[in-house]
Design a protein around this ligand. Structure first.
Ligand SMILES: [Zn+2]
Length: 199
């Protein structure tokens, strides 16, 4: 290296280990989608494949949320379970269905990391509870819901939620959910549009 090259190298900024966040109106992630193939890139993360059938359903819902938002001109990052980088958005939804070893012991639920998302949670609960005819668990009824790994990569000014649409291991709930997957996506999009409009 010449002396001049050394001076130039020292004067240029240090490369940052983390690229700047990407900006969108909404981030929509389909729970467990892309696994197990993506797990090898995230060895510290539990490679949770979800309840039986969950990986088939979450992309159907997430695709419809993204489609409905984009149709109204909103920008959407539509992500699988594992993705790179960080995001600065107005709102985010991580789509899941619950599974339980004791079938029909849970139902729909909502997870969020802190009180900055509690208004978003109230809004979603108010809308979904009008239709969902089974149990609706208390917010953050498991620690996993509060500390969902995806929250670390996404800052959402109007709220970031894990949305569990029902318990897929409960035959009655599964039967109710099965013909309504696109409708679920439209309902989530409806609520996210309200959240984006408020910001
Ligand atoms: Zn799940």
């Amino acid at each position: 290296m010449t002396w001049l090259a050394l001076v130039v190298a020292l004067a240029s900024p240090l490369p940052s280990p983390s690229p700047p966040p990407q900006h969108f109106d909404a981030l929509i992630s389909a729970g467990h989608e892309g696994r197990p193939a993506s797990c090898i890139r995230f060895p510290k993360r539990h490679c949770n494949l979800g309840a039986s059938g969950e990986r088939q359903w979450t992309p159907i819902v997430a695709d419809e949320v993204a489609r409905a938002l984009r149709a109204d001109g909103f920008t959407v990052a539509r992500e699988p379970a594992d993705f790179d980088g960080t995001f600065e958005v107005k709102t985010a939804a991580f789509i899941h269905f619950d599974g339980n070893n004791r079938p029909c012991s849970t139902g729909a639920s909502i997870g969020y990391h802190d009180s900055s998302s509690s208004a978003a949670a109230r809004l979603w609960r108010g809308v979904y509870a009008r239709y969902f005819p089974f149990r609706f668990m208390n917010d953050n009824f498991t620690d996993n819901l509060r500390d969902y790994y995806g929250f670390r990569q996404v800052h959402a000014s109007a709220g970031a939620l894990v949305i569990e649409l029902g318990e897929i291991t409960c035959p009655a709930q599964r039967q109710w959910l099965a013909p309504r997957l696109k409708w679920e996506g439209d309902l989530i999009a409806y609520v996210l549009k309200m959240l984006i409009a408020k910001k």
